[in-house]
Design a protein. Structure first.
Length: 384
């Protein structure tokens, strides 16, 4: 059994509502504040309060309202690039940094498409607000502090949807509501898309706790996000395996295709050379993708290659639990991936890009960098 969470957002969501639902479900506010102090930001305060809302049936339900109160001045036009630098400078664990930056990247990508501006230079109100930074960080940190291994979400309720939210929610299951105002914000949509797995059915889920995060409006009644915490039986993860043979494509385009597939969510891409029909040289391309990325990856394959079709099948895969930690070495900090089976450490792998950067910067053979990192790990394994 593993601990999982489920966001019910049929009636929409915003960053403050998602954060409030975690606190209502048991996230320790003092531990949260302690973690948020790792951000190089001091010009805000967090406030939470319990409120009651009337339901459709005349009863009341209690939830938590989460608010970020700016203290002093804050530049509402801070760019996404500048915000990512703030996150990188934080003392968060590398996994936390990566997830927060991923959500901001989703948010910026949506705004970038709408305003036709380069993402890294983009200045806009939604991302620039300090409350968006704290709300996103709170949800990511909260999931970690609650020791939730996997997050699921319902379809996202939308109405009077902003152009950026439309871009963000492309590829995400939605429900269109007849409500006369916006019920899902760009920040809320980005968080849900960035951390959740979407499934029409969540079976064998044993509920232990529930939390309600309240929005500032009272409608659509009771205008709360529901967050369920429970346990789910360990099961094999489903993926889609795609393969195609291409014999009429310029080889220099293959590298770009592979990069594009990885960037847009492929788990793995392999290219094999061989001889195909009419004795032509052929590239056999194999792609493993999460189910929810199948349509997007299919579109890329057709747009970026000359294939006229491909084969695909659904398969199961078993994966190890993985954690990335920063290890101090004689070369400085290096990210290392630790893999676990039933809580037992069974694999260690230094991050290639970190080792390569050191190798090139210090003019040391790459294999020597790996050897020294492994030696350091052997001597300090208990502390890792």
């Amino acid at each position: 059994m593993k601990k999982v969470g489920y966001f019910e957002v049929f009636d929409g969501c915003a960053g403050d509502m998602l954060a409030g639902s975690l606190i209502d479900a048991g996230l320790d506010i003092e531990l949260l504040k302690k973690e948020l102090m790792k951000l190089p930001l001091k010009n805000y305060q967090i406030q939470t309060k319990k409120i009651k809302r009337k339901t459709h049936f005349g009863h009341f339900i209690e939830g938590t309202q989460f608010s970020v109160i700016p203290v002093g001045k804050w530049n509402d036009k801070t760019s996404c690039n500048e915000i990512c630098k703030i996150i990188e400078k934080s003392l968060f664990h590398p996994d936390i940094k990566e997830k927060i930056i991923k959500i901001f990247d989703i948010l910026a990508e949506g705004e970038s498409r709408v305003h036709s501006e380069e993402k890294k230079k983009l200045h806009f109100h939604e991302v620039g607000q300090i409350d968006a930074i704290i709300e996103i960080a709170t949800v990511v940190i909260g999931i970690e502090l609650l020791e939730i291994k996997k997050v699921f979400s319902s379809s996202v309720g939308i109405s009077k949807i902003a152009p950026a939210t439309i871009e963000i929610l492309k590829g995400v299951p939605t429900i269109i509501k007849n409500v006369p105002y916006e019920i899902t914000t760009p920040t809320g949509a980005s968080i849900i898309k960035g951390i959740s797995n979407f499934s029409s059915e969540l079976s064998d889920f044993f509920i232990n706790k529930v939390g309600y995060g309240a929005g500032t409006r009272e409608d659509p009644s009771p205008n709360m996000v529901k967050f369920l915490i429970g346990e789910k039986k360990d099961e094999r993860e489903s993926v889609v395996f795609i393969e195609t043979n291409i014999d009429d494509m310029n080889p220099v385009l293959i590298g770009h295709l592979v990069e594009k597939l990885y960037k847009d969510g492929a788990f793995d891409v392999s290219v094999f050379c061989g001889i195909g029909k009419k004795n032509r040289p052929v590239f056999k391309i194999e792609i493993i993708v999460p189910e929810e990325k199948f349509q997007k990856i299919s579109k890329i394959l057709f747009e970026e290659s000359t294939t006229l079709g491909f084969r695909y099948r659904k398969e199961n895969r078993v994966i190890l639990e993985r954690k990335i930690k920063e290890i101090e070495t004689e070369f400085g900090k290096i990210k290392v991936k630790f893999s676990y089976l039933d809580g037992k450490l069974i694999n260690i792998s230094p991050e290639y890009e970190d080792c390569k950067k050191i190798s090139e910067g210090k003019q040391i053979p790459l294999k020597i960098v790996y050897q020294k990192v492994f030696k350091k790990l052997e001597n300090n394994l208990n502390s890792c």
